[in-house]
Design a protein around this ligand. Structure first.
Ligand code: IPD
Ligand code: CA
Ligand code: CA
Length: 269
């Protein structure tokens, strides 16, 4: 038991160090825009050489430290671990559209899960040198300071981010925005789901919603919010890990009213 705890401590600290190292690489490449080219995986789905390069760095560092663990990355896909082993779920650059177009709002996101339970979540924003990290049952921190979600109880003074992507029907997005804005909430969309979730954990925003998001975008952020006292829908209940799904995460004081107003299909609470 004690051995297991030490291993999780090691995973937590290692993930923080790797997120920083990967973020420093991404930052250096971002600041030298002539050093990479931009392509598209689909409409509005940006890809740069830096995404793959950063993921390979993270994957190799994790494999050196925890050779039996599994790995699932946005760019390179999955490598199975030993039976019953933890699984790392990684987005090397979340906010790639921002990265590609010169907007300094992107991050590295690293989560580690065991079966359907989130254990470690780390998000690093290299442009602001902000490291968000959480360990299941132990808390969540921003640059070493404990985080708590906001105490907002009135949607009329709340700030809600609604993530957008081109994967599903645009009418669903517009209708969701309409329902949320009708409550009086201020609405944002900043192009990084992981940072959107980290902002909820740190109390900078009150909620993050998306009709479909992938596991590498949200698992680290979901643990940050849960450990900072917020509410997160049960993303891993169905096949969210491999196929993605809807997400609803918020400060507890607005949960009931926002859940009713947002009425997102397919959520498992
Ligand atoms: C996307 C961003 C975006 C979110 C999308 C993600 P990428 O990830 O997090 O904010 O709305 O669902 O796919 O392409 O920047 O890694
Ligand atoms: Ca992403
Ligand atoms: Ca990405």
């Amino acid at each position: 038991m004690a051995g297991e705890t030490i291993e999780w401590e090691q995973r937590f600290h290692t993930a923080c160090a790797i997120a920083r190292e990967a973020g420093v690489l991404a930052r250096r490449r971002f600041l030298d825009r002539s050093s990479f080219s931009v392509s598209f995986k689909g409409k509005q789905d940006f890809l740069t050489e830096v995404d793959g390069e950063t993921e390979r760095l993270i994957a190799s560092r994790l494999a050196e430290s925890f050779p039996g663990d599994g790995f699932l990355g946005e760019e390179g896909g999955g490598v199975a671990g030993a039976p019953g082993a933890p699984l790392w779920v990684v987005d090397p650059i979340d906010g790639t559209s921002n990265f590609a177009r010169g907007v300094p709002h992107f991050c590295v996101s690293i989560a580690c899960i065991l079966e359907r339970g989130m254990q470690v979540g780390v998000i690093y924003n290299p442009m602001l040198d902000e490291l968000y990290c959480a360990r299941r049952g132990a808390g969540a921190w921003l640059n070493g300071v404990a985080m708590r979600v906001a105490e907002t109880t009135d949607l009329g003074v709340s700030a809600v981010e609604i993530g957008w992507n081109a994967r599903y029907g645009q009418h669903k997005y517009v209708e969701l925005v309409g329902r949320v804005v009708a409550t009086g909430a201020a609405m944002a969309r900043t192009g990084s789901g992981a940072l959107g979730l980290a902002y909820v954990a740190s109390g900078r925003r009150d909620a993050y919603l998306e009709t479909h998001i992938n596991s590498w975008d949200c698992l680290a952020g979901n643990l940050l919010i849960a450990e900072a006292g917020g509410f997160v829908s049960n993303f891993l209940a169905g096949d969210g890990l491999t196929k993605g799904g809807p997400l609803f995460a918020c400060a507890p004081g607005i949960k009931d009213a926002l859940l009713r107003a947002a009425a997102i299909d397919g959520l498992v609470l």
